[in-house]
Every structure is written in structure tokens, then in C-alpha cells.
Design a protein around this ligand. Structure first.
Ligand SMILES: Cc1cc2nc3c(=O)[nH]c(=O)nc-3n(C[C@H](O)[C@H](O)[C@H](O)COP(=O)(O)OP(=O)(O)OC[C@H]3O[C@@H](n4cnc5c(N)ncnc54)[C@H](O)[C@@H]3O)c2cc1C
Length: 498
């Protein structure tokens, strides 16, 4: 017998990852009477990208990721993108703090841990860049407390493994921010879904795959769901549908047929980590150390050596090594890429392929590289690494967006896109970057696009400001507010503040 669900809910959430779970909690808090159903292909929540080992668990605040601070032709370092990502993370911190205070998340240590964020580079030219980057960032209140050093002993005290056995004549430099975090997005997602389940008017249906989305009478959406155990297909109709299906979002958006979704394509990138669980090595590393990406590599393959805290266990993660696979999900089908091709996206797909031959070459090169070569990349950051201490760990899939573009035909993008139906009744989330860290920012964008009238009404507006006290305030401009918000959320989430 398939499990029972409401046939006419207000909201259908497709996918049980961090994005649907976060949006579901926002909606529940803003409108307790909403009836919501969540459908998920797999056996439980957070088994694709949101699962802890499928992503790097960086609480992305653009502290250490060098790709967010490009050097301009005139030599100055542009920190505007970094600032934007930095304050988006403040929204997640406020959302999580609200849930901890409310008791919906019992212990912040179940999902978030203080782990300093470092950037580490080698070579005189890179050192000059990092110094300039530090000068620009540390002058802004959002990066208060950032430290910089070219001193080998100082860097060794911050990250011993990085400096052990390193050539003495190699110029090096590093920055550090002690307020950085490691986040177990899998644990977080499970707690958000549990909270939704406990709040009533919500149920999650696992092993239930959404197979069709079409318009029903009265402007509702008919969502067809196949139960993988009974093999029965049933349908619900909903006023609002959120396609938070991660890599599975593009095919579902195509099925909905909304004109706003026409022309989009997807480019899947797979990933592998190296993982070390040896306690004596783990004891000597407590940081997320981001370095510089190889020439020609996509922004999400910046190598980093990270402390991870998952289920109370400390591990080290290094990578990602990107690769090419035609699957859109880790549990997806090799046919995913081919089945996503439609007459409307052939031109964007072909144009993006033509304009990104270098990236394709890079990804194929990554797939073909030997384990020795792969290990060599780790030794550039951790020279004393021993292959016997490390094993391979398969990461999640990311589907990068190919967006239709009048001038180029199609553009490959590494961000996130919220695609909205003209009548606001269906919203799909495409892309995967900066990722789970900005789930609260993305959920708020979905609310602003999907529910503008409700959000303008006093009830929702008041409640949203209770959840996100900085809503409507620019933390990039307001130094006092930023200091207060950070001190408050650091105390609740038990992370460091400076
Ligand atoms: C290698 C890698 C490293 C990353 N590192 C970081 C990081 O350090 N920090 C960070 O913030 N983010 C990171 N990310 C990004 C982050 O993991 C994602 O942005 C986030 O998890 C996406 O959440 P989601 O809910 O959209 O997708 P998912 O967690 O993938 O959830 C989507 C769900 O939808 C389900 N689904 C799909 N199709 C259907 C269907 N037809 N019917 C029903 N259910 C369906 C899937 O089974 C899945 O459970 C990383 C991602 C990868 C791959």
C-alpha cells in the first residue's frame, strides 16, 4: 500500500534536500495553516548533494575562496562578489539561530562547528595577490578579524600539516579567519524535515518520484508521483510547487512547460574527494585551507584541505577532483544529460560546448589522471601526506546551468538561478553554487518572487523580521548591525566571534 497523502495540498515541495527543507520551514513559520507535501525519490532526506560527504561542508562566507575575489586588469582586487556571499551566509546563521532558540534544533553542535577558514598560496606573484586581497578585505567590517602572514612559523602554527616538509625557498602566504565554520548539511536537513513533520500539516513521502508536472484547472499544478515500492502512479494538485530537486530540477522544469524555463540546459560535473580518518593526523589540522585552482579549471574545483566534523567524528577531506559524467544526480541515470536535450535548448547547449572546450578538456583530464598524479595535488598543499592514510570518497553531482543568451546562444554559469512561472505558482531552483550555505538567502528569494503580496502584509513581514532580524538591512553597509548580528548568532550557534 502506498502511503496516504493529501490530494489537494497548498504546497508541493519536490526533493528532500536542504533547499526544499529550508523553504518548507520558512513557509511553516510564516503561515502555520499551510498544508504541504514533500516528495523524494530516495529512501530519506539529504541523500544527494546535501548529504555530508557529498559536499565539502564549508559554511561559505567567501572568507577563503580565492575565486570570489578576482584581480582586475588595473591590478586592484575586486571584493564585491565576496561581500555578497559573505552576508548571504549571515542570513543562514540567523535562520539557524532562530530554530535553535525555538528548540526546533536541539544542539547546534549537531550540525555546525567552528573551523578557521584559511587561504594558502605559493610563489611570489601569488603572495603579492594575497597581500593585496587581504588589504582590501580587512579594511571592510565584514572581514573584521582577518589575519595575514608570510611568516612560515606563524602559518605552521595555524596549519602544521601545510608547512611540514615544505621546501624552505618557496615563498608562501596565508590569511586566516577564526570565525569560519564546517557544516553538516545532511544533519541540518534531517532536523529541518523532522521539525516540519512535528509541526503538523506536512508529510514527507520517500521512495516517491515525481514523474510529471502539468497545469490543472483553476491555475493549480497537477503533480504526478510514482511510488517506487507499489509502482503505483498517483497525482496531487497544488496551488504552489517548488522544484527543489537539485540535479533533478531541470527535467522537471522542462516537464512543467512554463515559457520561463525554455532554453535552459545542464552541464553535469562529478566529484571525488580524498578522505583521511587517521586520528593522529586529524589532531594536527583544524582549518579549511583553500588554495588556487589550476589554470582552466572551473571555480568549484579549487583544491582545499578541510577539517570535517560529521556525526561527532573528525576527518580530513581534500579535493574536489572534478570529472565528467552524464548523470544529473549521484543516484541518477547515465541518460540524464541526453534526455534533457530539447529543441529549445539545443542551441544554448551547442554554443556553451563550443565556448567551453577548455573546461571539457580539463574535466576529461581529471577523469583520466592516475592516482599518483591525483595524490601529487594533495602533496602540493600537504607535502608529507602518505597515500596509505587516504581513501577515495565519491562526492555529489553538480549540474551547472546553461542559460539561453541572445548574443552567444548559450552561456555556462556557475551560480544558482531561480526560475519563476509568470503567475508565481511554480518556482524551480537550478544550479548549485555557492550552495547549501546560502539556503536561507535562496528561500527568501523564492518567498519574494512567489509570495510578494503575503510578504508585504504585516503578519508575514513581522514574522520574517523575527526569524531574520537583518531582513531589509544591508549588512555590507551597516557595520554596527553586522557586529551585533554576528555576536548574537555566534553565541547561539556556539561558533567563534571576533
Ligand atoms: C562536490 C560538491 C561540493 C560542495 N561543497 C559545498 C560546500 O562546501 N558548501 C556549500 O554550502 N555547498 C556545497 N555544495 C553545494 C550543496 O551541496 C548544494 O547546493 C545543496 O546541497 C543543494 O541542495 P538541494 O536541496 O537543492 O539538492 P539535493 O540535496 O541534491 O536534493 C535534491 C533532492 O531531490 C530529489 N529528487 C530529484 N529528482 C526528483 C524527482 N523527480 N522526484 C522526487 N525527488 C527528486 C533528489 O533525490 C534529492 O534528494 C557542494 C556540492 C557538491 C556536489
Amino acid at each position: 500500500m502506498p502511503d496516504a497523502f493529501l490530494t489537494e495540498p497548498d504546497v508541493v515541495l519536490i526533493g528532500a534536500g536542504v533547499m526544499s527543507a529550508t523553504l518548507g520551514v520558512f513557509l511553516r513559520e510564516l503561515e502555520p495553516s499551510l498544508r504541504m507535501e514533500m516528495f523524494e525519490t530516495l529512501e530519506g532526506p539529504a541523500q544527494e548533494s546535501s548529504e555530508a560527504w557529498n559536499n565539502a561542508g564549508t559554511g561559505h562566507a567567501a572568507n577563503c575562496e580565492l575565486n570570489y575575489t578576482p584581480e582586475q586588469a588595473d591590478g586592484h582586487v575586486d571584493i564585491s562578489k565576496a561581500l555578497q556571499v559573505n552576508v548571504e551566509f549571515d542570513l543562514s546563521r540567523q535562520f539557524w539561530s532562530y530554530l535553535v532558540r525555538k528548540g526546533a534544533i536541539k544542539d547546534p553542535r549537531s550540525f555546525i562547528h567552528p573551523v578557521p577558514h584559511m587561504s594558502f598560496i605559493r610563489g611570489a606573484k601569488n603572495v603579492a595577490f594575497l597581500r593585496k586581497r587581504f588589504e582590501a578585505m580587512s579594511a571592510h567590517h565584514c572581514y573584521h578579524g582577518m589575519e595575514y602572514s608570510e611568516d612560515r612559523q606563524q602559518i605552521a602554527s595555524w596549519a602544521p600539516l601545510v608547512m611540514e616538509e615544505r621546501r624552505a625557498d618557496e615563498p608562501v602566504a596565508a590569511t586566516r579567519i577564526v570565525t569560519g565554520t564546517d557544516v553538516d548539511y545532511g544533519s541540518l536537513t534531517r532536523q529541518l524535515v523532522d521539525h516540519l513533520g512535528a509541526s503538523g500539516g506536512f508529510s514527507a513521502h520517500y521512495l516517491n518520484r515525481v514523474t510529471g508536472i502539468s497545469r490543472a484547472e483553476g491555475g493549480r499544478w497537477r503533480v504526478e508521483v510514482k511510488d517506487k515500492k507499489s509502482r503505483e502512479t498517483r497525482a496531487v494538485t497544488a496551488k504552489f510547487v517548488f522544484i527543489g530537486a537539485g540535479g533533478g530540477a531541470l527535467p522537471l522544469l522542462e516537464k512543467s512547460g512554463i515559457p520561463e524555463g525554455k532554453g535552459y540546459g545542464g552541464f553535469p560535473v562529478s566529484g571525488i574527494w580524498l578522505r583521511c580518518d587517521e586520528p593522529d593526523i586529524n589532531e594536527r589540522h583544524h582549518a579549511k585551507v583553500y588554495s588556487k585552482a589550476a589554470v582552466g579549471s572551473p571555480p568549484m574545483s579549487v583544491p582545499h584541505l578541510d577539517t570535517r566534523v560529521i556525526g561527532g567524528q573528525h576527518s580530513l577531506l581534500f579535493g574536489p577532483y572534478a570529472g565528467f559524467s552524464t548523470r544529473f544526480l549521484k543516484h541518477g541515470s547515465l541518460m540524464d544529460l541526453f534526455e534533457s536535450v530539447e529543441p529549445s535548448n539545443i542551441t544554448p547547449l551547442l554554443s556553451a560546448a563550443r565556448d567551453n572546450l577548455g573546461l571539457t578538456e580539463y574535466l576529461i583530464g581529471q577523469v583520466l589522471q592516475s592516482s599518483g598524479h591525483r595524490f601529487g595535488t594533495l602533496q602540493e598543499i600537504y607535502p608529507g601526506a602518505d597515500p596509505d592514510d587516504w581513501k577515495l570518497q565519491v562526492a555529489g553531482q553538480r549540474v551547472q546551468i546553461i542559460r539561453p543568451d541572445a548574443e552567444h546562444g548559450g552561456l555556462l554559469e556557475f551560480g544558482t538561478e531561480v526560475v519563476v512561472a509568470a503567475d508565481r505558482s511554480l518556482i524551480a531552483l537550478l544550479g548549485a553554487s555557492p550552495g547549501a550555505s546560502t539556503a536561507a538567502f535562496i528561500a527568501i528569494s523564492v518567498l519574494e518572487k512567489g509570495f510578494p503580496q503575503e510578504l508585504a502584509a504585516s503578519g508575514w513581514a513581522r514574522k520574517l523580521r523575527e526569524i531574520i532580524p537583518s531582513y531589509g538591512v544591508s549588512l555590507i553597509d551597516d557595520a554596527d548591525f553586522t557586529r551585533r548580528i554576528r555576536a548574537d548568532t555566534a553565541e547561539v550557534l556556539k561558533v567563534d566571534n571576533v
